[in-house]
Design a protein around this ligand. Structure first.
Ligand SMILES: NC(=O)C1=CN([C@@H]2O[C@H](COP(=O)(O)OP(=O)(O)OC[C@H]3O[C@@H](n4cnc5c(N)ncnc54)[C@H](OP(=O)(O)O)[C@@H]3O)[C@@H](O)[C@H]2O)C=CC1
Length: 663
């Protein structure tokens, strides 16, 4: 009988290369593993509930802000009901701070009541306010992740900053630009409606005042409503039957309870876990960072794994002050240049500069499937072009995947455990992780990997967790189970900010998005909702370093507002609104770019595809067209920045209609 190779050669086809064969085997394995997970959870994203929405009061309470200082905040002057502002910014994370700072720098914030920042947390920091688990670090280099290092003159202590240092920096940014006095914390905006007559937004706000005071309800009017809602801000838990009945302490990693674990955000010595049997659900980026610290103290640690993470080398090191002065922060504008350099090296954007950050992440170039790349130009939406594109990305992925697997073999001593720790999905399906202690942890005798073979834990009871009919008795359960997907509500900004947004004529933003699919100009504004701007990674250019992406979007937003306000002149005010032809033209551009993201459709379930909800074949032509609008700029963030710079320099604000009014 002829071998497969001979048979194909005889049929006139070219002989498959070793790489082709490898790819074929890998693709089969990827599909097998993804299918296993999809079949285990046919309810897709409904397998989860946000902590805040849980019907179990115990689980719901896990969402509480455990860091807020109510007494200090209650001592601050009240924001009067009925206040009027020029700008309200939703969100006090880096996105909201950067919006506020850029408005200030552009000279748009003139009086003390021109700007108000509103956030549900008890302070600045966004994700860094909430997440304080032991081991927390930003996986992007601190020199390009921590904004405004030039203006604040701060030198991060390490190449990768710990969470508490980033949180301190958020406070530093706030102090530098006097944002503290412009912030309303512990407060949620529940509704926002545009008044066609007054040309103002009215925001309904609920301010919490702590357990001993009643909540305040207030209305605030504003000319501009700017929203920086973040990406992963709503902690979730799988609907594991019996979880709330667990008799011992339980908490989510996004609300790490040091009163149980011991230690503090600054000191990861979690001695309260000594003598305890601890179980952690989840092995995502958060668990990878925290598990080594738990393992140092717990008597027994059970790691309940559904899908392993790919774990690459970290290479942490302290900042060398000499290198900082001479090679990093060596000239004005260095930080933006370094951010652009990082992005260029990741996505293959042409540059003469060497790789400044030069870490594992810039070598994992298969991530281009997610971020876009200029390397192959625009991918045409034909089946042949898409297959060719997906194949070349999968080929780029081969060495990335092999590197992570080889690392497991080199570090983990028990071959059975090592096999279970290997990730079988393309790099772009889940956030790659970087850690020099995680894999080593599984060599410790007190650490037990409970691999659920892609199915997840089955149930819990008052004693512990059950997997495949076996009970694991525990003293403490830690939920490293992540956040609501950024694709919730099909990525509609109003859903993500949790606000009932009503534009002209009382039209609901959510209904518009549901009916039309993603509809924006440059991802930041939409017609019928004047003077509303948002930070969202849909119909936009996006990079791996969120701060660089956000800075790009913010330059565009603030540039647009500045131009509009200039037209209104001194004493006047402006209403900037995307036009329908403007957003439809942009939807056309996005559809033209959509084929480049095709490789994501076969991904294993996770938050990037709403647990498999995205990536299912469209029902009909109309659904396919809607999906195609749901794209990003496929040529990568660097060329996107250039395109927006040209757009702003032109000054015509094509795609907007600007009306000017007397103040
Ligand atoms: N910039 C940074 O340095 C950091 C960023 N982050 C960001 O936050 C994101 C979220 O990370 P993370 O908090 O880890 O959340 P993830 O969503 O990445 O991980 C959640 C984990 O819970 C698991 N899980 C869910 N349900 C079950 C179940 N029923 N049984 C067992 N396991 C279950 C998931 O398994 P499965 O994979 O099978 O769904 C997954 O391992 C990261 O991807 C990253 O973008 C986080 C930490 C640091």
């Amino acid at each position: 009988m002829a071998s497969a190779t001979e048979a194909s050669a005889g049929a006139g086809a070219s002989i498959p290369s070793e790489e082709d064969l490898k790819l074929h085997t890998l693709q089969q394995k990827y599909t097998e593993e993804a299918t296993k997970r999809l079949q285990a959870r046919p309810e897709l994203d409904d397998q989860y509930v946000a902590l805040k929405d849980s019907e179990e009061s115990r689980v719901q309470a896990l969402n509480d802000d455990i860091w807020v200082d109510h007494a200090a905040l209650n001592a601050r002057p009240l924001i009067p009901d009925g206040s009027r502002c020029k700008f309200v910014v939703l969100g006090a994370g880096f996105g909201g701070q950067m919006l506020a700072v850029e408005l200030i720098k552009a000279g748009l914030v003139k009086g003390p009541s021109d700007l108000l920042i509103i956030d549900g947390a008890g302070g600045f920091g966004g994700t860094w306010w909430w997440n304080r688990y032991p081991g927390l670090h930003c996986d992007v280099e601190s020199y390009i992740y921590m904004p405004y290092l030039e203006e604040t003159g701060y030198m991060p202590k390490f190449k990768y900053a710990p969470g508490h240092e980033i949180l301190e920096h958020a406070q530093r940014v706030a102090s530098h630009w006097n944002l503290n006095e412009k912030a309303l914390f512990r407060s949620t905006i529940t509704a926002a409606s545009w008044d066609d007559d007054k040309n103002l937004w009215t925001l309904n706000v609920v301010e919490s005042r702590g357990p001993s005071e009643e909540k305040r309800q207030l209305k605030i009017q504003t000319e501009y409503f700017l929203s920086a809602f973040g990406i992963l801000h709503t902690p979730q838990v799988p609907k594991v039957p019996g979880l709330a009945s667990f008799a011992g302490p339980m908490f989510h990693t996004a609300r790490w309870d040091y009163s149980i674990s011991g230690g503090s955000p600054e000191n990861p010595q979690v001695t309260g876990l000594e003598g305890k049997r601890v179980g952690i659900l989840g092995t995502g980026a958060t668990a990878v960072q925290s598990i080594p610290h738990i393992a140092k103290f717990a008597k027994e640690l059970y790691v309940f794994q559904r899908t392993p993470s790919a774990v690459y080398e970290r290479g942490q090191r302290p900042t060398d002050p000499e290198e900082w002065k001479t090679k990093i922060a060596y000239k004005k504008g260095w930080q933006l240049e370094r951010m652009a350099n990082y992005s260029a090296h990741m996505i293959g954007h042409p540059t003469d500069q060497p790789d400044m950050v030069d870490d594992e992440s810039t070598k994992l170039i298969a991530i281009r499937a997610q971020l876009g790349t200029p390397v192959w130009g625009i991918v045409q939406p034909t089946p042949e072009a898409i297959t060719e594109h997906v194949t070349r990305l999968l080929k780029l992925n081969i060495p990335c995947g092999e590197k992570a697997q080889a690392r497991v073999d080199a570090i983990v001593k028990d071959p059975e455990t090592a096999a279970k720790l290997k990730a079988w999905y393309p790099l772009w399906c889940k956030r790659p992780t970087y850690n020099d202690e995680y894999l080593q942890t599984f060599n410790q005798p007190n650490v037990h990997l409970v691999d659920t073979d892609g199915k997840g834990v089955d149930a819990a009871n008052e004693r512990g967790v059950i997997v495949a009919g076996k009970e694991y008795p525990l003293d403490i359960i830690i939920l490293g189970t992540g956040f609501r997907t950024p694709l919730e509500g099909n990525g509609c900004p109003a859903v993500k900010m949790g606000v009932d947004v009503r534009g002209r004529g009382g039209r609901s933003f959510r209904e518009k998005w549901d009916a039309q699919g993603a509809t924006t100009l440059h991802g930041v504004a939409t017609s019928g909702f004047p003077n509303l701007f948002f930070l969202n990674a849909i119909q936009n250019g996006s990079g791996f370093n969120w701060v660089f992406s956000a800075a790009t979007w913010i330059r565009n937003i603030v540039g647009t507002i500045s131009t509009a306000e200039k037209r209104a002149g001194e004493g006047g005010r402006a209403v900037a609104e995307v036009t329908v032809p403007g957003e439809e033209e942009w939807a056309g551009v996005m559809m033209y770019h959509a084929a480049a993201l095709a490789a994501q459709s076969g991904c294993t379930p996770g938050y990037t595809n709403a647990s498999g909800s995205f990536g299912k074949p469209p029902k009909d032509q109309a659904e396919m067209m809607k999906m195609a609008r749901f794209s990003i700029w496929s040529q990568g963030l660097n060329s996107y920045c250039q395109m927006l710079e040209d757009y702003q320099a032109d000054g015509s604000l094509k795609g907007y209609e600007v009306t000017t009014l007397a103040g």
